[in-house]
Structure formats: structure tokens, C-alpha cells
Design a binder for this molecule. Structure first.
Ligand SMILES: [Zn+2]
Length: 177
């Protein structure tokens, strides 16, 4: 059964993994050979002369990149320090605000400090949790990514199942989708 784009009906589709590999190759060839060989890869890649060069290639490869492993511990540490630095101005701003509306700067400091402390402990734990949860899901996410196809004509990205659907062969979609 042939695959076709559920968006425009074109059968000129290929796997996102392949598109990604080609994008990375092209970016490398540009780096090493100054872009002179890019035009050789261009037609095979099929995106068109305007977007086969330089930064656009990198962007396409980025857009189609496989799911990356998260770094929960690093994320937690960065979050911790970010809250540390952001907490000072926020806490003092709250103190001035409470002083300004007549509730006393100390009240503002205490409330701001409490929120700050909560964020200082809570947000890194949240970052850790989300990171580990993401990594647990990673094999499934990569399997899903391996099942993705991209349309050479309109750039639509879709699953194999969507490309096999018989209702997919609809006429050209309205522009601007
Ligand atoms: Zn298409």
C-alpha cells in the first residue's frame, strides 16, 4: 500500500528519520566544503533551492530532530540558581509594594520570602520529576518519531497510519494552512 500525504495527497513522501539524516549531512558538508556541494544534495532532498542552503537546512534538521534525552539533574540545578537570582528583585519589589499600600514592608518581605523559598525547593523538584518522567517515555517517543513521514511537496509531517488512510487523498488544501 502506497503512502501519501494526508494534507495534499502527494505520494512524494519519505521518512522523517531519512530527512533528518540528510539535513544533518548537508549541514556538515556546508561546514566542511563551504557549501559548494550542497546543490548535489539539494534535488535529492527536494525542499527546493531556496531552503537547501545554510541556516534553513539546520532549521529543518532541528525541526525534524529525534527526541533528545533530558538532563533532569542539570535542569534542577539551573532552575535552583535561576530562582536564587530572580528571587532577590521579586522579594524586594514585593516589600516595596506592601510598604506602598500601607501593609508594611516586612509583611511583603515575609510573603515574598515564603514564596521564594517554596519556589527554591519546589521548582527544582518539579524539574527533576518532569525530566525523569520524560526520559521514561523516551523509547516510546523515539518509536513514534521513527513512524513519522514528511511530505516533499507541502512539508506536512504525519504518521504512517495517517498516510495509509484511504480518506487522505483529498484535493489541494486551502492556501495558508
Ligand atoms: Zn503534502
Amino acid at each position: 500500500m502506497s503512502l501519501h500525504c494526508p494534507e495534499c495527497g502527494s505520494e512524494d513522501v519519505y521518512r522523517v528519520a531519512v530527512a533528518y539524516e540528510k539535513g544533518v549531512q548537508k549541514t556538515r558538508s556546508k561546514t566542511f566544503m563551504g557549501g559548494g556541494l550542497l546543490s548535489l544534495f539539494g534535488p535529492a532532498f527536494g525542499i527546493g533551492a531556496a531552503v537547501t542552503r545554510g541556516r534553513n537546512t539546520t532549521l529543518l534538521a532541528e525541526r525534524l530532530a529525534p527526541p533528545q534525552k533530558a538532563h533532569p539533574i542539570l535542569a534542577a540545578i539551573i532552575t535552583f540558581f535561576a530562582v536564587c537570582f530572580l528571587g532577590f528583585p521579586v522579594d524586594f519589589a514585593l516589600a516595596f509594594f506592601f510598604g506602598g499600600i500601607g501593609l508594611g514592608q516586612k509583611v511583603g518581605l515575609v510573603i515574598g520570602g515564603t514564596i521564594w523559598l517554596g519556589c527554591l525547593i519546589g521548582l527544582p523538584i518539579y524539574a527533576l520529576y518532569k525530566g525523569f518522567q520524560y526520559n521514561l517515555r523516551l523509547p516510546k517517543a523515539i518509536a513514534e518519531w521513527n513512524n513519522l513521514y514528511i511530505c516533499d511537496r507541502c512539508g506536512h509531517v504525519f504518521t504512517k497510519e495517517a498516510g495509509q488512510s484511504t480518506t487522505a487523498n483529498k484535493p489541494t488544501p486551502a492556501p495558508g494552512l
